[in-house]
Design a protein around this ligand. Sequence first.
Ligand SMILES: C[S@@+](CC[C@H](N)C(=O)[O-])C[C@H]1O[C@@H](n2cnc3c(N)ncnc32)[C@H](O)[C@@H]1O
Length: 510
Amino acid sequence: MASLDGQIQHLLASPPALLQRERYAKLTAGMGLEVRLDAGGGKGKGVFATKGFGGGALLFREPPLAFMQHTANRPQAWVCARCFCFIGSVEQQVARLIMTVREGAESGSEDASASSSSDSGSGGGGGGHSMHREAAAALREEQLEGLAAGALKLPHTEAVPLPTPARCPGGCLEEWYCSDSCAEAAWQLYHQLLCVGPEEDDQQDESGSSSNPGKAPAAAAAETGETQQEERRRQLALREFLEHADETNDVFRLAANAVAQVLVAAQQQLGSQQQHRNGSGSGDGSSGSSSGGEPGRDACWQALLAGWQPFAAGHKGLWWECTAAPPEAAADMRQLAEDSLELLVAALPPHLPRRFPALLSLPIWGSIIGMFELNNLGVFVASPLQRWLHHLDALPAGEQAAAFQAAGPFVDALPDELPGCEGNAFYALHSCFNHSCDPNAEAFKRDEDEDGGAVILALRDIQAGEEVTLSYIDEEAPLEERRQQLADYGFRCACDKCQAEELAEALQLE
Ligand SMILES: C[S@@+](CC[C@H](N)C(=O)[O-])C[C@H]1O[C@@H](n2cnc3c(N)ncnc32)[C@H](O)[C@@H]1O
């Protein structure tokens, strides 16, 4: 079996061509698309059409492999942590949004409306007044509490039903879900390792009973063979990791999501191997020292390879080397990554770094972050409040007047631009698309796309055999600006548009 360095090099290398072809053939089956491992022009792999698509056609929809909502967006948009669809009720979403407007006004900071045109001209740095801030300040605390608790109803909100929030099985308040099945799926996929547990007040009271309505922390601890005290120490360490990510670069959260998925899958793989050997057992591999004893290094390495598989073919580069950052900044980035990895390792059950040291090494952590910086897609899901307001606008005059009479004080307190859910995600197929400054496809959410899936549409007719490209940047920007932005992705674009503009530039200089 390979040394630690050998394992790291193996994880960084592209998987064998045959394996990649098999994987991409499965991923694109029936789509009219194929992934070619060499797209030409030194671009690496790329996606090609195998049939014609008309302009505007849907090329595909794809769920994310790893995902996270931006921390700053959490108070404004209450969404399922797994599929990003909005949850709760219109009333609860209204209450949360108005609270962020009020908090923004009190602290003089930018609020949810900071990007709206009405604010940008009036406030000067976010401290100024606007109509909706005044309307938000005029509402009584009890009114907002009533909305949040479901005691106060707004008119016609039944037109926009949202799923009832389901709690995290570990009892944390960080993640909420649109259903128990999403909650359980997230737990099984990654959250069992990233759950910070209940708030202090929600911990066991003196009588020993827990007010946590979900899976008791003790049950979660039992799955990993940890004592409750060890689990609590780990949860506090996790909070430190998350705070560090929020203060520095929240892509660390996305990277932790991927690492947790790999670790959970590797543990499961170990569990099935053990079950196979024992002929019985739970098979989830979650026990640190199960009946079969500590698994051997080779078994751990094979299990890690299996867990790593979904991310193995992602385009990787060390985060601090793959952007165009100057050397001093690159050294700072490397240090930040090292700090965040240290915090993450401290937050994991100790048997995991022991079993899977290569995954938790700096080169792999740096490459996962680099992979996300080079490949991720900004997730956006429109606010359901938009649909509610459109519904009110479309009511017959009499009903509309009555509705606005009742809802008016709340509607006036909403920002002009309703913030949607915003985050970052990594997708298996989307991450294979190369860039062009004259792309023939785009990632675009239609009205019906109400979750965190990537949706790729044709921008114009695409012929069979043509490479399908997206723009990673604002393709309308001038050539020099585009070059600078693409330097952060580590390449210089040679698309027809760039070549034509470069030629025009050269002719002008003559
Ligand atoms: C999202 S990945 C695209 C898939 C990638 N080609 C692969 O082999 O996995 C982004 C990376 O692909 C390469 N790339 C994308 N578009 C390119 C282009 N127009 N010219 C050269 N390289 C490109 C760059 O290395 C970039 O960082």
